[in-house]
Write a protein that binds this ligand. Structure first.
Ligand SMILES: C[S@@+](CC[C@H](N)C(=O)[O-])C[C@H]1O[C@@H](n2cnc3c(N)ncnc32)[C@H](O)[C@@H]1O
Length: 391
């Protein structure tokens, strides 16, 4: 056996020994992923890599989105499902199914066994209604915006979008509305968007599992009034998570969001719902925590200053905590997820992810200088905690 044949066997053995990533130490898992990606990069020639990124990725995205549309992920049964059966159930041309299913098999989204198709772990994941909503939200909006971004930037002389009303989003969706205003008029995609937010919370590391909430928040809570306000909390997944982690904790939990978002909810166990536009004064004074997840990355610095000023005015000095749960971009060698999210924010809402220096500057511009940064083990979004020192 040659040196490389032996290495290939070693890699195969290693892969076979890893049934699931669950249970791996987060730091070790992050290091192993980084090493495995470097191995892929080293094995692939530049031409192959460019082919993968430019030719294959668009086809894969389209195939996944079509897989949702044609019911491929939900229709494939463990005993095996034929192409004819998928065509019959979906009413689609078998040739179209065949075209779409090939890249799905090539990428492991579906398994092929002779003339039948069987579910892989990815098929099962994609069969869930939340993942289907995520695929629609990401493809039908995000992918359209990135596809139109070069044209948008060519027309505006390659300048950063001047406002939330002039981004690739408007060009791609044929609207003059900003993203959140447009969502308000498109309830089906708004529901998909909030499902994607909910799934994202489930699929990623939970701040309640690594941030020392007991010491930094609960120990100093005065046991009356509002414990945590989730500002622009969407479908409420972060409050649900908090309640599940601290089921017997005293104190009110309040979710605030736009009227149409609150109206679309039937309630949130263990929490209160409140209609609130964060460009208006914060109605809850002196809460222990004002929590923001994936809110400020949607807005320019000027907008963030307005949102934050309303919170700062409501904070009780020395007591209230502003907890921002967002990406803290590294100054160099940014990971692909954070870099991609930042690009997406620019294309949709004329905003971006921020580095520690940018967070400090933003917070100090609204008078918050007592700021502490926390990074989770392994990979994931950080916590930026700020305290108001004086009135
Ligand atoms: C990216 S989502 C994040 C939702 C939630 N925090 C989460 O992490 O799942 C941004 C949220 O901001 C809300 N939002 C947008 N504009 C707002 C405004 N002017 N006032 C209050 N909420 C707003 C949206 O409705 C949406 O729920």
């Amino acid at each position: 056996m040659s040196f490389w044949e032996a290495r290939v066997k070693q890699i195969d053995d290693l892969t076979a020994s890893l049934q699931s990533p669950d249970g791996l130490n987060p730091d070790t898992r992050a290091a192993a992923l980084a090493s495995a990606r470097k191995l892929l990069d080293a094995l692939e020639s530049p031409a192959e890599r460019i082919m993968r990124d430019m030719v294959m990725y668009p086809a894969i995205l389209m195939a996944i989105r079509m897989g949702v549309q044609l019911g491929i992920f939900t229709g494939i049964r463990p005993e095996g499902t034929t192409l004819a059966k998928i065509a019959e159930t979906s009413g689609a041309d078998p040739i179209v199914i065949n075209q779409v299913i090939r890249p799905l098999v090539a990428t492991g989204y579906v398994l092929q066994d002779g003339q039948t198709f069987k579910p892989s772990a990815l098929t099962t994941a994609m069969a869930g209604s939340t993942m289907q909503a995520t695929a629609r939200a990401c493809f039908d909006v995000g992918n359209m915006c990135t596809a139109k971004a070069p044209e948008f930037f060519r027309k505006n002389n390659n300048q950063f979008p001047a406002s939330i009303n002039e981004t690739p989003f408007q060009l791609a969706m044929g609207t003059q509305l900003p993203f959140f205003g447009w969502l308000g008029e498109n309830p089906a995609l708004a529901a998909d968007f909030h499902s994607w937010m909910a799934w994202k919370e489930q699929a990623t590391l939970k701040w309640t599992d690594w941030f020392d909430i007991q010491t930094r928040i609960l120990d100093g809570f005065t046991d009356d009034g509002v414990l945590l306000v989730d500002v622009a909390g969407g479908a409420g997944q972060y409050l649900t998570q908090f309640r599940a982690r601290f089921p017997h904790q005293q104190g009110r939990l309040v979710l605030q969001d736009l009227p149409q978002v609150v109206a679309s909810m039937t309630g949130l166990p263990g929490a209160e719902l409140q209609e609130y536009d964060f460009f208006n004064p914060q109605p809850i004074q002196g809460a222990r925590v004002y929590f923001l997840h994936w809110v400020l990355h949607d807005w320019s610095d000027a907008h963030c200053r307005s949102i934050l000023a309303n919170i700062v005015a409501a904070m009780k000095p020395g007591y209230s905590r502003l907890i921002i749960h967002e990406t803290i971009l590294p100054e160099s060698d940014c990971d692909l997820m954070s870099a991609s999210m930042s690009v997406m924010m620019m294309a949709l809402v004329a905003a971006f992810e921020r580095s520690e220096g940018q967070w400090r500057e933003l917070l100090s511009s609204v008078g918050l200088t007592a700021v502490t940064f926390f990074q989770p083990p392994g990979m994931g979004e950080g916590i930026i905690e700020a305290i108001k020192l004086v009135e």
